[in-house]
Design a protein around this ligand. Structure first.
Ligand SMILES: [Zn+2]
Length: 378
């Protein structure tokens, strides 16, 4: 299957219902992508992911490069085969994680020298090495290497990162075109990443520069790094306005359940977030009436499912009292069941969003959803 994107319907709010075809299957958009940092969505088997209806997951280049190493994954046939995942995979460029996790030594136009958070060893990541790693992994969608900046960042700093990000995107594109034979996935495509911090003019400028380079899809990066949600949406909207209608748009690293529809209304087609799995391991369950901390003593004798509106395997089978017991006893199953429900919950929201776009009712869905969360549990 060759990569292509079609828009099936647009909503009056600006939301798009679409279908993204990749070498490893079709992705219904707007899509939520669970994060599979090190070749696993923590707490969920690949079989469970398939049963939950996951069509695409995210792999982290930085983590897989450090451990087990991209050449090992190449020798074992690429990331799909290595982790036995038949669906689509998107890999990030490693940029965000180098800038946020590693001990940075030096950033130049050439690339970034950093020390591994695992063992302190020194490494170099550049536009070319990021593509080389992602070609070994063989993701369906690879991301160009970009410069991620902190929030807040002043206009001059953000402008410099936009300039470097465009130069790096060009180098990624050229390197990938010169090395089409080296990917373990011949159908692999690259998305560019719009930067610009919280400056609307820079978001527009960054998008325009990258559109000139003609990528098959575009991401909007550097959001959800501490800025207010309304500002985050505004930046996504400004960038989206400059992006071609017929290419998929992906906002990286967002968001909370009640925020997903806001990004969809900005014309965004794809999102990813570690919250469902990370919070699950800390005992936080997302539900239709808000968040539930399952370790709380008030659930010790509660026979109800985590979310009475959820039809996932966990909610059909287990009580809050049992989940609280597992969490208190530090049982492995606590993380597994909590992760299962949270990922199911995020996917369910996206399914409802797609349905609402199909019927032109996204605005109503969002207000109903928010009202229920605000009202809390009866
Ligand atoms: Zn559930």
């Amino acid at each position: 299957m060759d990569f292509h994107f079609e828009i099936l319907k647009t909503d009056p709010t600006g939301a798009r219902l679409g279908r993204l075809t990749t070498p490893h299957g079709v992705i219904d958009t707007p899509a939520f992508m669970p994060v599979g940092t090190s070749g696993t969505v923590k707490g969920l088997t690949q079989q469970a992911l398939t049963e939950l209806g996951v069509q695409v997951l995210l792999g982290n280049t930085y983590h897989l490069y450090l451990r087990p190493g991209h050449e090992k994954i190449r020798r074992l046939g690429g990331l799909h085969r290595f982790m036995s995942w038949p669906g689509a995979i998107l890999t990030d460029s490693g940029g965000f994680q180098v800038f946020s996790l590693a001990d940075l030594r030096k950033i130049t136009d050439e690339g970034v020298v950093f020390r591994s958070h695992l063992d302190g060893s020194e490494h170099f990541l550049s536009p070319e090495t990021s593509i080389e790693i992602q070609q070994a992994l063989g993701s369906d969608i690879a991301m160009v290497f970009d410069e991620c900046i902190e929030y807040p960042a002043d206009h001059a700093r953000a402008a410099a990162a936009v300039k470097r990000t465009t130069e790096w995107a060009l180098r990624c594109r050229d390197f990938s075109r010169r090395n089409t034979e080296t990917s373990t996935n011949p159908g692999q495509v690259y998305f560019a990443i719009v930067q610009g911090g919280t400056h609307a003019d820079l978001r527009r400028e960054s998008a325009r520069q990258l559109v000139d380079l003609d990528f098959p899809g575009y991401a909007i990066g550097g959001l959800a790094v501490g800025e207010p949600h309304a500002l985050s949406c505004e930046m996504a909207a400004r960038a989206a306005e400059e992006l071609p209608q017929d290419r998929p748009r992906y906002v990286m690293g967002v968001g909370l359940p009640e925020q997903l529809a806001d990004y969809v209304r900005c014309g965004v087609d794809m999102m990813d977030c570690v919250l469902p799995t990370r919070n699950a391991r800390n005992g936080c369950l997302f539900t239709s009436t808000g968040r539930l901390n399952i370790g709380n003593a008030i659930y010790a004798d509660d026979p109800r499912p985590p979310d009475e509106r959820c039809s996932c395997m966990v909610c059909r089978t287990y009580s809050r009292a049992y989940l609280r017991h597992l969490f208190q006893a530090n049982e492995i199953l606590a993380s597994i069941l909590n992760s299962h429900h949270n990922v199911a919950f995020f996917l369910d929201i996206m399914g409802k969003i797609r349905q609402a776009i199909a019927f032109g009712e996204l605005a109503e869905l969002s207000s109903e959803f928010l009202a229920r969360i605000e009202a809390g549990e009866p």
